[in-house]
Each structure stands twice: as C-alpha cells, then as structure tokens.
Design a protein around this ligand. Structure first.
Ligand code: NDP
Length: 302
C-alpha cells in the first residue's frame, strides 16, 4: 500500500520522500438504489486491505434518472470500475463502450471494468456461482436443475452452459419468465434447456447432479419460508446450492445436508463474484478468506 510519507530531514531525503507521496486512492464502488444495506464494500475493502492495495470501494446511491450522470462522473473521476445492482443492471448498457461475452448473452451488466479509456460491461454473477461450485465439483458434463428464472437464474444458467453443462432444467412458477430463459439458453448457448412449470411440491429428478435454488424464497427476513420442494427427492449424490446469502444457513441447505448432499451456501457466489471483479479491476487474484470473514461478521457465522 502506498501511504503518504511524512518528509523530514535533509533536502535530498525530502525530495526522495516527496516522490513517494501519494494520497490518491484508486476508485471502485457500486451504484444502486437502495444502497445503504448492501455489504459489498465490507467484503471488497477487506480484500484490498489484505493485499495492500491502496484502493477504495464506495457505496453510492444512484436513482434511475441519475445513472447517466453517475457513469459520466465515474469516467471523469477515473474510476477503475464499478458494480451495478438493482435497478441499473440493464439500463447501464446504453452508457458503456462495449460488453463482455456473458453480459452480452444475459443482456445485463453487474460489473463495469475500465480498459484503457473504455468502460466495458461484464457480468460476474454467474461466474461467481461457477467458481464457487467448481470448488466442490466440476460443473462440466453435469445435469443441472435450476429453481427460478429471474436475474440470478439467468446469470447462473448462461455461465453453467458456457462452463460445459449439457442439460439444464428451469423450474419456474411464472411460465412466461421460465420459457423466455429456456429460449435464450437453447438459442444462444451450447446447452439443452427444458422448462418445467412449478406446480405443487417439485420432485427433483434422480438424474440431477446439481440443484440450485435461484429464487428469492428464504431471503431475510422471510427465513422460514419453505421452497415448494419434495425434500425426499434431494439425494446424497446431488450438490445442492442456495443463492440466498442471508441467512447463511437456509432451510434448503439444512434439509439437503441432512439428506447427505454436499451443499453450497449463497456466500460462495457472493464472495466469488467479488473475486472476479477484483481480478478484473486490479489484476490481483484475491484470497477469499478475508472476504468471506467480512461477510460472516455481518451476517453472523453459523
Ligand atoms: P428476481 O426477482 O429476478 O427473480 C426471483 C425468482 O424467484 C423468480 O424466478 C420468481 O419466480 C422466483 N420466486 C420468488 N418468490 C417465489 C415463490 N414464492 N414461489 C416460487 N418462485 C418464487 O430476483 P433475482 O434473480 O435477482 O434474485 C433472486 C435471489 O438471488 C435473491 O434472493 C437474491 O438475494 C439472490 N442473489 C444472490 C446473489 C449472490 O451472490 N449470492 C447474487 C444475485 C442474487 P416468478 O418468475 O414466478 O416470479
């Protein structure tokens, strides 16, 4: 980290130390609304501190009508990059100079990276999920069931297909949203996708190897909400993943664990999308330990 040096002593020493002075931190952050309850700053700055990076990650509340100015401001102030969250993931695209492959397929950007003078939109949601899953099992060749068809499901499904998943079942309550995602997958990525209308308790098929809850069911404060799922159909050969980061141990994670499944909680995805963003911005591959610890301190470790 390049802290400002205090220059005292001979004029030669003073001039050497003056050259070391640097009060200008590299800027990153996120734009969203609401913003104040989003804990990403704690996670990213834990990594910056751990790796002695003289960088900042700012939590910035931006209303929809202010987004164009916010992006212009980020350009003018030399931001190295920034994340986007609700409600800016799609509307930001018109203000950028280009898109990475996944962002282009998903038509949604959650991470902007300054490359030269260009601001390029990427999507780290699904990449974070795949990185997290890969710590437990290689997704390539696996048969996957995804519950939900919203933004998280879309990011996860696209990235899993790009990682070599051949078959994805999308299970969703609203038929239109489910079919739109299935059509996108069948048209644009090398995976076979099938839509399943979610009625009653869903029974996970025996050939599923990875099961992902990508719905918002169980998110704090609705922690006792039950996913309409036949829990007995979760079998020990399956890896069961939840995207819900708060609470850390969801009802699904508990049920899957007691059935002998390997489980991945929502922090895995959250931490790993931070890892991908930091790699994009700084070139440093950060250690996950301090990042996860920062979030566990906030959400309460199990
Ligand atoms: P969206 O609103 O885009 O999608 C929500 C999905 O959940 C839809 O498929 C919706 O179905 C489904 N759903 C919600 N309630 C019910 C219900 N009662 N019964 C059945 N289906 C239901 O949200 P996102 O995709 O953006 O986010 C989903 C979750 O993912 C959130 O909890 C968010 O916190 C989490 N997330 C976690 C991340 C991480 O890093 N861990 C990153 C991004 C998101 P329908 O279409 O029928 O309405």
């Amino acid at each position: 980290m390049c802290y400002p040096a205090r220059s005292v002593g001979t004029s030669e020493r003073e001039s050497t130390m003056a050259q070391e002075l640097n009060f200008k931190q590299e800027l990153t952050g996120f734009f969203g609304q609401p913003a104040s309850e989003n804990p990403t700053q704690a996670m990213i700055e834990a990594a910056y501190r751990h790796h002695d990076l003289f960088w900042r990650y700012l939590t910035i509340e931006v209303a929809p009508e202010g987004l164009a100015d916010a992006v212009r401001g980020a350009r003018a102030m030399g931001f190295r990059g920034f994340n986007l969250t609700i409600p800016h993931k799609v509307s930001v695209i018109q203000h950028l100079d280009g898109l990475g492959e996944s962002a282009s397929l998903m038509e949604a950007v959650n991470c902007v990276v300054r490359r030269g003078d260009a601001l390029v939109g990427e999507n780290t949601d699904g990449k974070g999920f795949v990185k997290s899953l890969s710590e437990t099992t290689d997704p390539s060749g696996k048969n996957v069931v995804i519950l939900g068809a919203g933004g998280a499901a879309r990011a996860i499904a696209v990235e899993l297909a790009l990682a070599g998943v051949p078959k994805i079942r999308i299970v969703n309550r609203s038929e239109q949203r489910g079919r739109e995602l299935v059509d996108l997958l069948n048209d644009r990525v090398p995976a076979e996708a099938e839509f399943v209308l979610w009625e009653g308790d869903y029974r996970v098929p025996e050939d599923a190897e990875v099961v992902v809850n990508a719905t918002s069911i169980g998110l704090y404060p609705d922690v006792d909400a039950r996913i309409p799922l036949n829990v007995d159909s979760l079998q020990s050969h399956m890896v069961v993943c939840d995207v819900i980061p708060n609470p850390l141990t969801t009802r699904l994670v508990r049920d899957a664990e007691s059935n002998g499944c390997r489980v991945i909680d929502g922090l895995g995805m959250l931490v790993n999308q931070g890892v991908v963003a930091i790699e994009y911005w700084t070139g440093v591959d950060p250690e996950t330990g301090p990042m996860r610890k920062a979030l566990e301190d906030i959400f309460g470790a199990p």
